[in-house]
Design a binder for this molecule. Structure first.
Ligand code: BDP
Length: 604
């Protein structure tokens, strides 16, 4: 169990939250001498750096853009004299690991670049005065980090990140930073789960708190009217004639939790919740008991200049583009996104497959390409595995703790394209799934995305999944330019899955072609817009031939930055939209197909 609170910051009569977003100080520390030289007491030679953002794409030299190693952020903040209780600093994330100091004193350390870092400054921050926060961060990759990779050290000592994954190793403070004041005895966490009884809904809740003050829970409808209330740290609220959170037709209630009694409670926390159930039954994925066919995207947090920095504006545009295509779902490939994405998905009625940063678990710098050629090694038989496993489980735990109450999150993805064919892999993922299953109060389906080598007769991990997610590139990495042969091979594999009679849903979590918006050719050639369209038509035919296929999340929503290489033209160009979020021709094909499919509640 996590012993600190990951609750998203709120403002009310018991809590104050202020963002520290803005221009921070920043300095590279290539020799890692900073802490020994006292940089936590003030950076010796800083430049300015926007927060939130990745640092890379501001720079004009390769050395700075591709910097790998330690780097520091610093800023000052004022803590009001009348702040009672606890003072916390909450970073949405620091990529990939960090040590946080307040006024020169180490407060906390955190491993993993895509989940919150919470530093309790209660003892260290001066009230009624200005304080300094210093962050010593590091973006090196290894075979025990998530995501996995390596570091190459050049003869002059310069380090270069060598990701085993296909996205740029963007780093820094990429999400908002909040200064939070909350009571000493606070609401630490809550969870909700739902059952439907005719027109009514039962909301089962638990509240974790510091101390043992009495708990009161109220549920308010969208107009703010109380529809149910209960006392106690756990219990059930009955909502008569409940309005359900439906796919692309969301309805949100407000859950108001108070600690203590009377007019001036000791703590108060409010959150928006959506009443819905999730179930996998046979080959169907059911939301509120009705089957849903998933259509949408694998995405990235990625944009010009910002890198992986969260921007409300970019997220808004992404949702508008996704809605325009008729999508109802996306996967947070290949890491948990900024929490604001989930808040927007809750409001827009989008389904999310929430993915832990377990990517690159195959020993190859071009694993995604080599895998398609059948080249890979056993990843899970090396001495780094125990450390990797501990890290993997810790990040699954933090992801579920952070995201468990979002109605949009209907499934957890615990890996992307690892090696899955050895007994070592089987043992490793059995441990990950067991740990994960014990953590989710809603018992949502668990899955992971399988690449081509995880073939029906070879994969030893699909059995762990409640629905099976396939990443397949027939017509691109396999038999590219030869769509007839690609289709035959694709069908041959699907027939093998069908013959297994697994009676579970299958979802395509990746399929796609690199496509340059400048290229047109009749007849088509690979990389042209015409080829992307023909490839999709072939894929759709195959999907539609197997009734256990219950979803298609195309790779990728938009073009995105990757490491350099002969396989990539300034990034991965498999976007349905360009990196600037304008449609390629194929976007209209998706719109036509997806708008014609039932949104939810009907069979395909
Ligand atoms: C898959 C990976 C994804 C890559 C994609 C591709 O899961 O991260 O970007 O292939 O090659 O193997 O485009």
């Amino acid at each position: 169990m996590l012993n600190h609170s990951l609750l998203y910051p709120v403002n009310n009569r018991c809590r104050t939250a202020r963002t520290l977003d803005g221009l921070w100080k920043f300095q590279f520390d290539p020799t890692g001498c900073g802490a020994a030289q006292g940089w936590q007491k003030g950076l010796p030679d800083p430049i300015s750096m926007p927060v939130p953002a990745s640092f890379s794409d501001f720079f004009t030299t390769r050395a700075e853009r591709d910097y790998c190693g330690d780097f520091w952020y610093e800023t000052e903040f004022f803590v009001p004299a009348d702040w009672q209780g606890r003072v916390l600093l909450r970073f949405g994330s620091i990529t990939h690991r960090a040590v946080v100091y307040c006024n020169g004193v180490e407060i906390t350390r955190h491993e993993g670049g895509f989940l919150p870092v919470v530093a309790d400054l209660t003892g260290a921050a001066v009230r009624g005065g200005v304080n300094r926060v210093s962050v010593q961060a590091n973006n090196e990759l290894s075979e025990s980090s998530l995501p996995c990779g390596a570091v190459k050290t050049l003869p002059n000592g310069t380090k270069l990140a060598k990701p085993y994954f296909d996205f740029y190793n963007y780093s820094g403070i990429q999400r908002s930073v909040w200064l939070v004041n909350c009571p000493a005895q606070a609401i630490e966490d809550y969870s909700v789960d739902y059952t439907l009884e005719g027109a009514d809904a039962l909301v089962h809740y638990t509240v974790r708190r510091g101390g043992d003050l009495p708990v009161r829970v109220r549920l308010l409808d969208a107009e703010g009217r109380e529809v149910a209330a209960a006392e106690g740290a756990e219990g059930t609220l009955r909502v008569a004639d409940a309005r359900l959170w439906q796919v692309r037709n969301a309805y949100l209630y407000t859950l108001a939790i108070t600690l203590g009694s009377g007019e001036s409670p000791a703590d108060e926390y409010t959150a928006r919740v959506g009443i819905r159930t999730v179930e996998v039954r046979g080959t169907k994925i059911l939301i509120n008991g009705a089957p849903v066919y998933l259509r949408g995207f694998g995405k990235h947090e990625d944009f010009d200049v910002l890198g992986r920095g969260f921007s409300w504006a970019v997220a808004k545009r992404d949702f508008e583009c996704m809605k325009w295509t008729g999508a109802n779902c996306f996967r947070t490939s290949h890491y948990p996104y900024a929490e604001e994405w989930y808040q927007m998905a809750d409001e827009e009625g989008f389904l999310i497959i929430d993915e832990v940063p377990a990517v690159g678990m195959m020993r190859s710098t071009h694993n995604f390409a080599d895998a398609g050629m059948g080249k890979y090694t056993y990843f899970f038989e090396t001495p780094t595995v125990p450390a990797l496993l501990a890290n993997h489980i810790a990040q699954v735990e933090e992801m579920i703790a952070r995201d468990k109450n979002h109605p949009s999150v209907f499934a957890w993805s615990l890996f992307n394209e690892p090696e899955t064919t050895s007994e070592y892999a089987q043992k490793y993922f059995t441990a990950v799934f067991e740990a994960a299953r014990a953590l989710d109060p809603q018992h949502r389906p668990m899955t992971g995305a399988l690449e081509k080598n995880s073939a029906p007769n070879k994969c030893r991990c699909y059995q762990l999944c409640d629905f099976i997610c396939l990443n397949r590139y027939y017509g691109w990495y396999i038999s590219g330019a030869e769509l007839e042969e690609a289709e035959a091979k694709f069908r041959a594999e699907m027939d093998q899955w069908a013959a297994k009679n697994l009676n579970v849903p299958f979802v395509f979590t990746e399929f796609g072609t690199d496509t340059l918006p400048t290229e047109h050719k009749l007849p088509s050639v690979m990389w042209s817009q015409e080829y992307q369209d023909e490839y999709m038509a072939m894929n759709f035919k195959v999907f539609d031939s197997y009734d256990f296929v219950q979803g298609e999340l195309v790779w990728n929503f938009a073009d995105f930055q990757t490491s350099e290489g002969i396989m990539r033209v300034n990034g991965n160009k498999k976007g349905i939209f360009t990196r600037q979020r304008q449609p390629k021709d194929v976007a209209f094909t998706f719109k036509r197909r997806w708008e014609a499919l039932p949104l939810a509640g009907e069979e395909k």
